[in-house]
Design a protein around this ligand. Structure first.
Ligand SMILES: Cc1cc2nc3c(=O)[nH]c(=O)nc-3n(C[C@H](O)[C@H](O)[C@H](O)COP(=O)(O)O)c2cc1C
Length: 208
């Protein structure tokens, strides 16, 4: 077994994180720029936090190329809302396109040729063609520093959920219809078509 301290270069720590914590779900996050134009980018340091209130979190890192905060973080702190677009396999390449480092304010929806839908409760737009949208109001911000690779946590309260009928049956989202993808290390992505079931052992069953 090899062992490593974590006080070296951020790249080394980053490789351990992305190689160990996977597959990671991907939040495709739209936000509003200062001039009212729209921004979108993917974030795989993303998770659910609370069911009621319904809270989600994601983590933009300080940009390693410039040492600046990511546009998504800047926008959400200023404009106070965002949308998490949950996408299917067919949109993966467009998602990847929106991770390009464009100059602040350049419309990434146009860059990836994406159509938008208005949201009901927030200013940020939804991506047309995504089967699930979470309209989120900004809740919390935590920062772990301002050097390249330092993380931030942004949480949002989901105020409205939109689910396309094509992935929804009898009150449940059907994974096989949603066809989600996950992120791995390096350039790896995962398809989630190979699922298996294990019955959950509730306390009552264990005591039998
Ligand atoms: C699938 C995928 C997942 C990503 N996840 C993250 C992440 O969790 N945190 C992060 O800081 N950057 C992540 N990135 C890189 C950002 O998307 C990229 O830095 C983007 O330019 C940020 O855009 P913004 O400046 O408009 O916010 C990811 C990129 C890809 C392709």
């Amino acid at each position: 077994m090899l062992s490593f301290d974590t006080d070296g270069a951020f790249q080394d720590n980053y490789k351990f994180l992305i190689g160990s914590i996977l597959p990671r779900p991907i939040a495709w996050i739209s936000s509003v720029n200062d001039d009212g134009s729209h921004n979108i980018a993917p974030f795989s340091f993303f998770t659910a936090i609370s069911a009621k209130p319904m809270i989600v979190a994601f983590c933009p890192l300080i940009r390693t190329s410039t040492g600046e905060e990511k546009d998504t973080a800047r926008n959400i702190k200023k404009n106070k809302d965002f949308v998490i677009n949950i996408f299917s396999e067919n949109l993966a390449e467009k998602v990847n396109l929106t991770s390009a480092e464009l100059p602040y304010g350049e419309n990434e929806f146009a860059h990836a040729n994406l159509e938008t839908l208005n949201s009901e409760k927030v200013k940020a737009k939804r991506v047309k063609g995504c089967p699930i949208h979470f309209e989120c109001q900004f809740r919390d911000f935590l920062s772990y520093g301002d050097t390249p690779g330092a993380g931030q946590i942004i949480t949002g309260e989901v105020m409205k959920v939109h689910v396309d009928e094509s992935v929804y049956e009898e009150g449940r989202i059907i994974t096989q219809k949603l066809r989600p993808v996950g992120r791995g290390a390096g350039n790896d992505w995962f398809k989630c078509s190979d699922t298996f079931q294990l019955e959950r052992l509730m306390k009552a069953q264990i005591q039998k």
